[in-house]
Write a protein that binds this ligand. Structure first.
Ligand SMILES: O=C(O)COP(=O)(O)O
Ligand SMILES: [Mg+2]
Length: 220
């Protein structure tokens, strides 16, 4: 029975609204004007330090200014951990699909570049913590996706074979390829490239399709 690893932002949860809200509060605290939601969405995928660097670049600040970067990151995290799941929503069908997969006996884990504290808080808000008890966050290991190590760590912890990965982005495709784990690409997330540009084993547009897709894939 295949074990399944899920990405979080842009895969299970449309999390941009809360990330955008925390960026807006961070910018306000540092006397800067807000940024629109679509720009913030394009900065998501490589974790919080990369998000802060991209915000700095967009504002003609030098992301290599470590002191300024650390200040902004601390401000962002203060706002974000206070409300990681106030405006965000699960993508349609996520809960039903996870319940179905759990019922079918699949071991499941979360592997996200989001720091572990807001990642766990988000799972709790959506009452998914029992479905995804194992969480590898962006700060759980010295490296994050697209390094394959977080996927390997999740796979090892579940101790099951084969393993499938469900994600939405360029980062997920690269991590899966480097980990030699098949990726099922959710097409409605935060990907910036065309589907064909990303290495994947299957695609799906709605979580209602996922349980059948996984059982067909595992039966091959
Ligand atoms: O925090 C990010 O930038 C992305 O998070 P994800 O790995 O859950 O998509
Ligand atoms: Mg993602």
């Amino acid at each position: 029975m295949a074990a399944i690893i899920f990405d979080l932002d842009g895969t299970l949860v449309d999390s941009v609204p809360d990330i955008h809200a925390a960026v807006t509060l961070m910018l306000a605290d540092h006397q800067a004007s807000p940024m629109d939601m679509s720009q913030v969405r394009s900065f998501i995928g490589n974790g919080v330090p990369a998000l802060i660097s991209k915000v700095m670049e967009a504002r003609d600040e030098d992301p290599a200014d470590a002191k300024r970067h650390a200040q902004l990151e601390a401000t962002f995290m203060r706002h974000y951990t206070a409300a990681p799941a106030k405006l965000s929503q699960l993508f349609p069908g996520v809960r039903k699909a996870l319940l179905k997969l759990q019922g079918a006996g699949h071991a499941m884990a979360l592997c996200t570049n989001k720091p572990i504290i807001p990642a766990r808080a988000m799972l709790a808000s959506f009452e998914l913590e029992n479905l995804l008890p194992l969480v590898i966050g962006g700060d759980s290991l010295p490296v994050r996706k697209p390094d394959p190590a977080p996927l390997h760590a999740a796979a090892r912890a579940m101790g099951a074979d084969p393993v499938l990965y469900i994600g939405d982005s360029e980062v997920d495709a690269e991590a899966a390829e480097r980990a030699a784990i098949p990726l099922m690409l959710f097409t409605q997330g935060y990907r910036k490239s065309p589907i064909a540009a990303l290495t994947h084993s299957a695609t799906f547009d709605h979580f209602d399709e996922l349980p059948r897709l996984i059982s067909r894939f595992a039966d091959r």
